[in-house]
Design a protein around this ligand. Structure first.
Ligand code: SF4
Length: 487
């Protein structure tokens, strides 16, 4: 076994966020809803590892605890004992707008003298946050954070309406971009999804309790049954009246993020009725047909490319083996949200299996290439372990455009495929050959049609017109001048 290090966090796709909410009918409020929200977040850890927050409502008050770090490290039993109530929600965050600071952690809360508190957890990204924020500042709003999610919450706070239902209904049409939201008042959970349905959100049931979560894997973890997806444009209220649709906005098309299928969602989740694991296997099969390789073994870059490598091996007839072993205690590789932190991060380590690689022509399957800074060290590692040839196959098309809808890809200038041809990228990473799955192949692997998805990072065809070169820290200057309030 050869042990070698490659630069840490060289896998530079940032994950977005995970949200979960639960309403329970218990007569006596307890910490059980918060405990369920905690374990739902635990299952959604892959969607964000920077901070985690839980909130509980007991019919009168909303209490929030949020901390930096992984879900399992952020909370202890005494925290859950403080979070007593019939409703609870949670959020696990990776910053896509706003830097990595505790005040940007979620849930965020507003307090209205007449209506009480409203907490929010947001997965996605608002593309008109700056304009909305400027308008709210003129109306006297104070901001404590640099997050677009606080803007969203303030839009609701300042919207007309005598109930939270009315304010949410009046506020959401003002938002542009991607949002899968869980709100919580002291006695109800709300769930909302943008009209294009860019980010996932599912509804479940656990006995008499109602649950919403970013992905089905969270439902499974807490023993809840999948009921249905929250539809694009839908706003639901979960309370003692059951599940009530309080608003519906029809859009001309849908635009579920196709990168959820490639990488973001858990392999154990289902999206639109489609198993992520099965879709990734099909990606590998189609990739093998589009870009066959002469090899002795097919290996995945663990963990996300494992099903695709299995599919590639099956279609090509080349044996599947594991040639790279990931240090299981490091976790996924893009925890840090800024280039500054990335550059100072500790090394990410893979171990190579020389007994699998030595003297072999290796086909290595990965999910995507963003900057190219992961692929080159991997190729080097494989050669160092004795591979005679390294053929890299990628289960997505070249990423040529930034994402404005909640995935923190590099800026366009940093995207290798925006500036180099496939042959130039091959040369850059030092592989003997390089093949990318076509966009058509990717769509076929999902079982959907091109009109179902956003695929803008591959095609440049954004489902919403993009006018600005948005920057995730674009709200920071204003926030620093304002006093920090905690939710
Ligand atoms: S641009 Fe790419 S990552 Fe962003 S929502 Fe669209 S498909 Fe997903």
């Amino acid at each position: 076994m050869t042990r070698a290090a490659i630069p840490a966090n060289t896998r530079l796709v940032a994950e977005e966020c995970g949200v979960a909410g639960i309403w329970t009918p218990e007569d006596v409020p307890s910490a059980e809803p918060a405990r369920l929200a905690f374990f739902a977040l635990y299952a959604l850890q892959h969607r964000g590892q920077e901070s985690a927050g839980l909130a509980a409502g007991d019919g009168v008050r909303v209490r929030v605890i949020k901390r930096m770090g992984l879900v399992g490290q952020a909370f202890a039993e005494p925290d859950l004992e403080q979070l007593v109530g019939n409703v609870a929600m949670g959020h696990t965050r990776y910053s896509t707008t706003g830097s990595s600071r505790i005040e940007n952690a979620q849930p965020m809360v507003v307090h209205d003298p007449a209506l009480g508190s409203l907490a929010v957890g947001h997965n996605g990204n608002l593309i008109n946050a700056r304009e909305l924020r400027e308008e709210l500042l003129e109306r006297g709003a104070l901001f404590a954070t640099s997050s677009d999610s606080e803007v969203l919450l303030k839009v609701i706070e300042y919207a007309p309406g005598r109930t939270w239902d009315e304010r949410i209904r009046n506020a959401l049409p003002r938002l542009q971009g991607a949002w899968s939201l869980v709100f919580m008042s002291a006695r109800a959970i709300y769930a909302a999804r943008d009209p294009l349905g860019v980010r996932p959100l599912v509804l479940g049931r656990r006995g008499a309790a109602h649950v919403v979560a970013s992905e089905t894997c969270a439902l499974e973890t807490i023993g809840a049954e999948f009921v249905r997806e929250v539809q694009p444009g839908e706003v639901l209220r979960l309370d003692g009246d059951g599940v009530t649709i309080i608003d519906e906005t029809a859009a001309e098309r849908r635009a579920l993020c196709i990168f959820e299928f490639v990488y973001l969602a858990s392999a154990s989740s289902r999206l639109g009725g489609i198993s992520m694991y099965a879709a990734r296997e099909r990606m590998g099969e189609i990739l093998a047909a589009e870009h066959p390789a002469e090899g002795d073994v097919v290996i995945p870059v663990p963990d996300s490319a494992i099903p695709s490598a299995i599919g590639f091996a099956r279609r090509s007839g080349i044996p599947f083996r594991e040639g790279l072993i990931k240090n299981r205690y490091i976790g996924r590789t893009f925890i840090q949200p800024s280039q500054q932190l990335r550059e100072h991060n500790v090394a990410l380590k893979y171990n190579t299996l020389a007994e699998v690689l030595e003297g072999k022509r290796v086909v290595v399957v990965d999910d995507s290439i963003v900057r190219g800074s992961t692929s080159a060290p991997i190729v080097k590692l494989l050669r160092h372990a004795g591979a005679t040839e390294v053929h890299m196959r990628i289960c997505s098309p070249p990423i040529q455009h930034p994402c404005y809808f909640g995935v923190d890809f590099a800026r366009r200038a940093e995207l290798i495929a925006a500036h180099k041809s496939v042959e130039e990228i091959r040369e850059h990473i030092g592989a003997d050959s390089l093949g990318y799955l076509s966009l058509d192949g990717l769509v076929r692997a999902t079982g959907g049609t091109a009109n179902d998805f956003c695929s803008a990072c591959f095609s440049g065809d954004y489902p919403i017109p993009i006018q600005l070169e948005l920057d995730k820290s674009s709200l920071e200057g204003d926030a620093r001048r304002l006093p920090v309030r905690t939710g």
